[in-house]
Write a protein that binds this ligand. Structure first.
Ligand code: 5GP
Length: 143
């Protein structure tokens, strides 16, 4: 089912939330977690996820969505201030045909530099965790 609303508690972001899988964390509070994408499309590719169990735009409660986008703005500002990209793209996919690969709703914050090619979505070689942690620390310092 592409636009599933049957939340799988074993999805990879649920495991990141529980700490079962390590991540380069940028920010955490009672309602959201932000961490570096392990297959970054550009330097500083950051994810923001709610703690509530929701697959996508269609099953997240409105108040959690409001909080998620407001926190995404705060973290995008810190990405901007830390890395000084030429632009920032937000992405959010719903359903496999639309490009979603992890079925726990999230926003992507993707820094863009003019003339630089982005790497493909959710593909390629996993980034080095120490490098991700270094970038996460730079972003965190601007929060
Ligand atoms: P989606 O395709 O669902 O919009 O985005 C899922 C994102 O999660 C992709 O950009 C992919 O690179 C990222 N991702 C997949 N597995 C992991 C992982 O184990 N750790 C982290 N930090 N990111 C992951």
């Amino acid at each position: 089912m592409s636009l599933q609303t049957q939340y799988d508690p074993k999805n990879i972001f649920a495991k990141i939330l529980s700490g079962a899988i390590p991540s380069a964390r940028v920010y955490e509070d009672a309602r959201i977690l932000s961490f570096m994408d392990a297959f970054p499309q550009s330097k500083g590719h950051t994810l923001v996820i709610p703690k509530v169990q929701a697959c996508n735009l269609f099953d997240i409660p409105a108040d959690d969505l409001r909080n998620l986008i407001i926190r995404t703005q705060t973290i995008a500002r810190a990405v901007r201030d830390a890395l000084a990209p030429d632009g920032i793209r937000l992405m959010q996919f719903n359903g496999e045909p639309a490009g979603q690969t992890v079925f726990h709703i999230h926003f992507h914050i993707i820094p863009v530099w003019e003339g630089e090619n982005e790497r493909p979505h959710a593909a390629g070689k996993m980034a080095d965790m120490n490098e991700l942690k270094e970038i996460a620390a730079q972003i965190k310092a601007k929060l």
